[in-house]
Design a protein around this ligand. Sequence first.
Ligand code: ZN
Length: 208
Amino acid sequence: MKIICIGRNYAEHIRELNNEIPDEPVIFIKPDSALLRNNAPFFIPEFSNDVHYEVELVIKINKLGKHIPIQFARDYYSEIALGIDFTARDIQSKLKEKGLPWEKAKGFDHSAVISKFLPLEQFGFAPKESIKTLNFSLQKNNVVAQQGNTDFMINNIDEIISHVSQYFTLKIGDYIFTGTPAGVGPVTPGDHLTGFIESTEMFSFQVY
Ligand code: ZN
């Protein structure tokens, strides 16, 4: 199982970090040891003083595929979850300055929070209908921190699946984080994070 993540997929988030809009999707991978499930608490690692939340929609691959055309991408997923791509922003900034890979900042233990998965039908999509206009949000201590809508993705989910599969064979059970909207920010011990897709609560957990 692998966890594929898309960076810089919402223009407002690209602006808040002073990055450039990429010509093609930015891809990085987290190891399976990054997973954090079932509302387990998140412990801020001691090597960072600036761990940020990034709320993202997560797709689970349900069919083996490679070189998937965009028009068939919808056949490769049927469920959606909400996740957090925890990022050690201080470490990432140093690595970016030097042009080095991001893994230490993005792939550390428990940096990939994933909620339960729900079928897309539950959010009103027909069995083969691609995802459009899906709202999701993150609350920190009961205050809205991030609000996203798939309409504002630079590359939509089907385009992401097609692009990623040109480089990486997608296997059943792989996860794809699809990028974060604006509003990323730090977590501190004692914070409580709750995520929603539309009005459905997807996760709720404590930060220590
Ligand atoms: Zn992210």
